[in-house]
Design a protein around this ligand. Structure first.
Ligand code: SF4
Length: 181
């Protein structure tokens, strides 16, 4: 089964690594994709699964509120974490988590090798090693990554997770290598 050309190796990546257009206003680093990360994955010949953007799905594209903030980024990081915990967004988030868990379960069940998942450090939603709270980057996970990690554990699934920052290209590639090697 599944003995065709596919390599059966998969990496899940945060939505905005492939599509910067999903990022909140004022925070994109690239016109389209993070070419360093995507280029390395293409070279590795792995299947790339684009995770849903939790903030776009839960809060919409125009979710910034820079009015009165000294830094739109800092304001975003504080406000968004709270907004994601509201009843309706939390319900949507749970659905997104369920969808990802189903996909991971399916690939795992059929013997595919999920090499890992790449999140975005400092993000209030997609941070893996660091997130943001009370205007500060701090150790911890964003709400989406935390929910995914819990759900993976609940379903007996193991997925290695790394966090990268677009502005730290060399470090990001080094971390990615740890999944690919
Ligand atoms: S870090 Fe996560 S929530 Fe933020 S734009 Fe990227 S995918 Fe969306």
């Amino acid at each position: 089964m599944f003995t065709d050309a596919r390599g059966k190796k998969i990496v899940f990546i945060a939505h905005c690594i492939l599509n910067q257009n999903a990022i909140s206003d004022g925070t994109a680093d690239f016109p389209g994709t993070d070419e360093a990360i995507v280029g390395r994955l293409l070279k590795a010949g792995v299947g790339i699964v684009q995770l849903p953007c939790p903030e776009l799905n839960c809060l919409g594209l125009d979710r910034g509120d820079p009015e009165g903030a000294t830094s739109p980024v800092i304001e975003e990081n504080t406000r968004i974490r709270g907004a994601m915990g509201e009843t309706a967004p939390a319900r949507i988030l749970a659905g997104l988590v369920e969808r990802v868990v189903f996909e991971v379960e399916q690939y795992t069940k059929h013997g595919f090798n999920i090499l890992g998942l790449v999140g975005i450090n400092r993000s209030p939603s997609c941070g893996v090693d660091t997130t943001s709270r009370c205007n500060q980057e701090e150790p911890g996970r964003g709400v989406f990554m935390e929910a995914l990690r819990t759900a993976f554990a609940d379903h007996g699934l193991h997925v290695d997770m790394i966090g990268v920052k677009a502005a730290q290209k060399e470090e990001a590639l080094k971390r990615l290598e740890s999944l690919l090697s």
